[in-house]
Write a protein that binds this ligand. Structure first.
Ligand code: SPV
Ligand code: MN
Length: 622
């Protein structure tokens, strides 16, 4: 390193911090830190290793810096993002692409122009503040899945969240020596006013795929700032495509079957569409609720959770819907509550918590009083907790080999087309008609209007960093050389009739059990033009066993009738998108969609537009 840089680091770092940084013998890391110390110009720099002291330092700073406040229960804190900073900012999240390259419809900006813009914002942005240099590992440490990361931030809230959500990675960095293969993030909340980012008009999340760096400025909301979450998912999708693995917006869970059998599933759902609640289902065990990496080894697909914590939506967490999280959030232990209501007694309150509406408190907008038209907490209010503190965490969370994935679930917010559960005929059929054809109605997890049906392949569209056709192709190809690929399923928790949901909140406990039985060849299924659906008799048994409920023929017909017109319209919409908006669509996608269309048309010819599954069961009793 140049003398000038050594002097600068020595001036800003304490001797301990300087030593921690220098102990990692990595030129690219040292250059990176020096560059942003120089540009962001913090008053001081604190470098963390994996020690408890350093974690505690960051926790304390979050309180001292007024990014978090202590709540009544030990270990609980509250954080607010600004009124305009409550969700991921898709419009200002862009890929920096070199002149001449093209990502199709993905939001991108010329690399030089974007880098200049964001570096302009970063200049002196940390004056008067402390910079934290933090090391983490995506995935279990010492594993094929491990990806070391370094985060620069001036937000102790971001650092604190990362310590809860990720495995510490200083030692992992030590192990990689001088390797340049790691992810880097530079974040600044920018100028703060009342503890929140003031200059949200200069909020940017710029992703540099070539250099594996993400820049994030003038924002605090974790989805825009926590480097290891969605920022690294974008980098990882690009890296995975080059290296032949998959980086997915997926839960991982163990579904428990008969004779203590446990079968691992991965599941992709758009934000706020039941991913966490599926991973947390009673009777099952959670490996992860948001991001999974999938790799092939010896003809088998393994998955690992990139994270070791949950940044979950708190709305509707109550004793009924989610007793495990409820317990964690109402007992001592480390938890950050964001954008909930803070009451006079220092108790956090959120929408759908099953308690009486509070009288008053403070929320992300300021003071709130009962009768105020704006709801008392934000719909996208969240909690941040460690998976190690939950009672239902699967013992394989940190297994360096990951877990063997035998089933994949795709689910969107779909009021009118898909049945509650169905199974694809085979891998490619599932990838194309379920994953790549996924549509979902928008939610509060991103800025913008809610309830609009949008195309969201694999629930990963917000994070796909390569042309979408290429991304779909990498999924189709992924199962090559896999002797028995995972079965693919589609679920839909959001079917509606007359504006009322057709299925109950708890019914998903039954759908997962049916999928587990299918993977293990315990039950048959009815072949319909869009996939295999359950026999009524099997659902009757499962509803009784799991929920002690009677499941009737009437429920069955409402939920599983094949809706030919809606399915045909969907195929047309999806085909059109892949034809006109998507770059590099594989031919196989069009072929599989066409076959599905022909099956639906043939069925319509014979049986009409709305066809009972019983008809497809033929002689076998449904
Ligand atoms: C999501 O929105 O998909 C989340 C939360 O998991 S965020 O960190 O905003 O991405
Ligand atoms: Mn997510």
């Amino acid at each position: 390193m140049e003398c000038k840089s050594v002097d600068l680091l020595k001036e800003k770092c304490s001797p301990e911090s300087y030593e921690k940084l220098m102990k990692l013998n990595n030129v690219k890391l040292h250059d990176f830190v020096t560059k942003y110390v120089e540009l962001c110009n913090p008053d001081s720099v604190y470098v963390c290793n994996d020690s408890d002291e350093d974690k505690q330092y960051i926790r304390n700073k979050a309180i001292e810096n007024k990014e978090e406040w202590k709540l009544a229960i030990d270990g609980h804190t509250i954080h607010f993002d600004g009124p305009k900073d409550q969700a991921r900012d898709k419009a200002n999240t862009k890929y920096l692409i070199p002149a001449g390259s093209n990502l199709g419809s993905l939001n991108s900006i010329d690399k030089t122009e974007g880098a200049n813009e964001v570096h302009g914002y970063l200049k002196n942005i940390m004056a008067g503040k402390e910079m934290y240099v933090l090391f983490f590992c995506l995935g279990p440490t010492n594993s094929e899945f491990s990806l070391p990361c370094v985060q620069i931030t001036d937000s102790s809230y971001v650092g604190h969240s990362e310590y809860i959500l990720y495995r510490s990675g200083y030692e992992q960095f030590n192990n990689i020596g001088d390797s340049p293969d790691f992810f880097r993030y530079v974040h600044s909340a920018g100028e703060l006013e009342n503890g929140v980012s003031k200059n949200v008009d200069k909020r940017r999340v710029y992703v540099d795929l070539g250099d594996n760096i993400v820049y994030s400025t003038n924002t605090q909301y974790a989805g825009n700032t926590v480097g290891l979450k969605k920022l690294s998912l974008r980098l990882a999708i690009n890296k995975a495509a080059k290296e032949g693995w998959l980086a997915e917006h997926m839960l991982l869970m163990g579904i428990h079957g008969k004779n203590k059998r446990k079968t691992y599933f991965a599941g992709a759902f758009p934000s706020a569409c039941g991913k966490t609640s599926t991973a947390m289902l009673k009777g099952e065990t959670i490996v992860g609720d948001d991001i999974a990496y999938l790799r092939k080894k010896d003809g088998v697909i393994y998955g690992a959770n990139v994270e070791c914590g949950i940044f979950g939506i708190i709305q509707d967490v109550n004793t009924q819907n989610d007793p495990v999280i409820w317990d964690t959030l109402t007992n001592p232990g480390e938890a950050i509550f964001s954008n909930v209501l803070l009451t006079e007694d220092n108790i956090p309150r959120w929408l759908g918590d099953g308690r009486e509406v509070p009288n008053k408190g403070i929320n992300y907008n300021g003071e709130w009083i009962k009768g105020n038209e704006v709801s008392y907490a934000h719909k996208n209010a969240r909690y941040t907790v460690s998976l190690y503190n939950l009672k239902n965490t699967d013992p394989k969370l940190d297994d360096p080999n990951g877990v063997e994935v035998k089933g994949i679930i795709y689910g969107g917010r779909d009021s009118s087309i898909w049945p509650p559960v169905q199974q694809a005929y085979n891998w490619a059929h599932g990838v194309v008609t379920m994953g790549a054809s996924l549509e979902s109605e928008t939610t509060a997890a991103t800025l913008g209007k809610e309830g609009v049906r949008v195309f969201n392949p694999m629930s990963n569209l917000d994070f796909v960093a390569i042309p979408i056709g290429q991304y779909v192709n990498s999924h189709i190809k992924f199962a090559q050389e896999v002797s028995s690929p995972p079965l693919i399923f589609a679920v839909n928790y959001f079917q509606k009739e007359n504006n009322k949901y057709l299925t109950g909140m708890e019914d998903k406990r039954v759908w997962v059990k049916w999928m587990e039985q299918r993977v293990n060849n315990d039950v048959g299924a009815i072949e319909t033009p869009t996939g295999y659906v359950p026999y009524l008799k099997d659902l009757e048994v499962l509803f009784k066993e799991v929920l002690n409920k009677d499941y009737t023929m009437q429920d069955y017909l409402k939920q599983f009738t094949v809706k030919v017109p809606e399915n045909l319209e969907k195929i047309e919409r999806i085909t059109e998108i892949y034809k006109t908006k998507v770059k590099d669509t594989p031919e196989e996608l069009f072929k599989i969609l066409k076959e599905q269309k022909e099956r639906l048309e043939a069925a319509r010819e014979k049986h009409g537009e709305y066809i009972s599954p019983v008809i497809f069961a033929g002689n076998k009793q449904a």
